[in-house]
Design a binder for this molecule. Structure first.
Ligand SMILES: Nc1ncnc2c1ncn2[C@@H]1O[C@H](COP(=O)(O)OP(=O)(O)OP(=O)(O)O)[C@@H](O)[C@H]1O
Ligand SMILES: [Mg+2]
Length: 411
């Protein structure tokens, strides 16, 4: 990391260079007398700290400072102003324009070195922090992809396992049935054969009955239907997981991001869930009609369907003798539109609260929930720059808030 010193006075440049040379960590000191060359140097050299004179011909230090700060690429650059004009006003103008520090001329070596060292240290820390953050974000992503893949494998493996074993059972049952049918066919053929006596036929018939018993035919026939039924359920479960995962993978080219009315989206979701909700809860709505959000309508409908469905299922699980309540509020905050869905179901246990958005976290019976509903909703809300949060006290219902960046006017 290099240090750039900008001053129109050659003498000042030399003093600064001498003081910095052995005292402050750097990989090069660049000296520049022409402020008009600074942007070019920043673009080509790996500069971390700039020491910038204020009073210079052609372009003064504060204008140059503003020019540098207008480019976010140089946000991490430490800029230290360097001037003999040490009045309160210029201090203020420097800091307001994005300076990190100020050293006065003539140079007082101990103070100058201490401030320059601090600037170098800050710059290095910022760089390390950014690298660590990028690394963490990447690792987190890999971890969640890994978890998701492991989860998918586990969830699909279970139904796949019993469907596979059921197919084995069905194959064996078919062999049994085939054996019995063949023996029946033989009996039929003998009935048609005039040479076969009545007594022989009776013996033959008894043999067929004995075979049925030996093959456990009654049991095979009665077990066939549930085995097929169970396999069908397994396939439906796999289908459901695959359908849900498609939403994760849905490409952004399918989306239509338009300003949508949050209330309209809610109404569509309620329409879809009409039958699930009708018998378990009354819906109370309090909506500010002007609340608009930019999103793909279908995806946001899915977010609300997932949350409302959970609310209905939670209330239903309590088996109360009266209807529960699902309360939905839509309102605008300064920069966002919020939809809050609150139910008076059993609520969420404190130890589960942090996990409800995790893929495949479910407390529902095997086969009834995939545990993907909320994680998909969370992913969609995040994608549109929003937040999704949950509040709940075990025993007194749950409340989910979906917060999306607001649009003031429909375009
Ligand atoms: N309104 C709610 N009240 C109580 N618990 C809830 C509520 N919403 C979610 N949960 C808890 O969060 C878990 C995860 O919810 P999520 O929607 O992700 O999956 P699921 O409903 O179990 O399965 P799926 O949505 O795939 O049918 C649920 O199993 C339940 O324990
Ligand atoms: Mg759900």
């Amino acid at each position: 990391m290099k240090i750039l010193v900008v001053d129109d006075d050659k003498f000042n440049l030399m003093i600064a260079k001498d003081s910095l040379e052995d005292q402050v960590e750097h990989s090069g000191i660049l000296l520049c007398r022409n402020p008009l060359e600074v942007m070019g140097l920043l673009a080509t050299e790996e500069i971390g700290v700039v020491l910038l004179d204020i009073v210079m011909p052609h372009l003064d230090g504060i204008s140059l400072l503003k020019q540098i700060r207008s480019n976010p690429q140089y946000d991490d650059l430490q800029i230290i102003m360097f001037s003999a004009v040490a009045d309160h006003d210029s201090f203020q103008r420097c800091f307001e324009s994005g300076a990190n520090d100020y050293v006065s001329k003539p140079i007082n070596p101990p103070e100058f070195i201490a401030r320059m060292r601090a600037a170098v240290k800050i710059r290095n820390n910022v760089k390390n922090l950014k690298a660590t953050q990028a690394y963490l974000a990447q690792t987190e992503k890999l971890v969640s992809i890994g978890e998701l893949a492991a989860g998918v494998a586990h969830e699909i493996n279970n139904p796949l396992g019993f469907v596979g074993s059921n197919l084995g059972t069905i194959t064996r049952y078919l062999q049994t049935i085939e054996q019995y049918i063949n023996s029946c066919r033989e009996l039929g053929r003998q009935i048609g054969d005039l040479q076969v006596t009545r007594e022989e036929l009776t013996v033959r018939q008894q043999q067929v009955d004995a075979l049925a018993k030996k093959l456990n035919l009654e049991y095979v026939l009665s077990d066939l239907k549930p085995v097929i039924e169970e396999s069908r359920e397994g396939v439906v479960r796999i289908e459901k997981i695959v359908r849900s995962l498609r939403n994760f993978a849905r490409s952004s080219s399918d989306e239509e991001v338009l300003p949508n009315s949050m209330e309209q989206i809610l109404d569509e979701a309620l329409q879809i869930l009409q039958n699930e909700i009708k018998y378990v809860a009354t819906v109370e709505k309090e909506c500010q009609p002007a609340a608009l959000v930019a999103c793909d309508k279908g995806q946001l409908v899915q977010v609300l369907v997932n949350v409302l469905h959970n609310a209905a299922q939670a209330i239903k699980a309590q088996a109360k003798d009266h209807l529960g309540t699902i309360r939905i509020e839509i309102y605008s905050e300064e920069t966002s539109t919020v939809c809050r869905i609150t139910d008076d179901g059993p609520g969420i246990k404190p130890e589960h609260l942090r996990r409800v958005f995790d893929p495949f976290f479910t407390t529902k019976d095997v086969g009834s929930g995939t545990g993907l509903g909320l994680s998909i909703a969370y992913g969609i809300v995040k994608k549109y720059g929003g937040e999704m949060t949950v509040n709940s006290e075990w025993g007194s219902g749950a409340s989910f808030s979906i917060k999306l960046p607001a649009i003031r006017h429909a375009s």
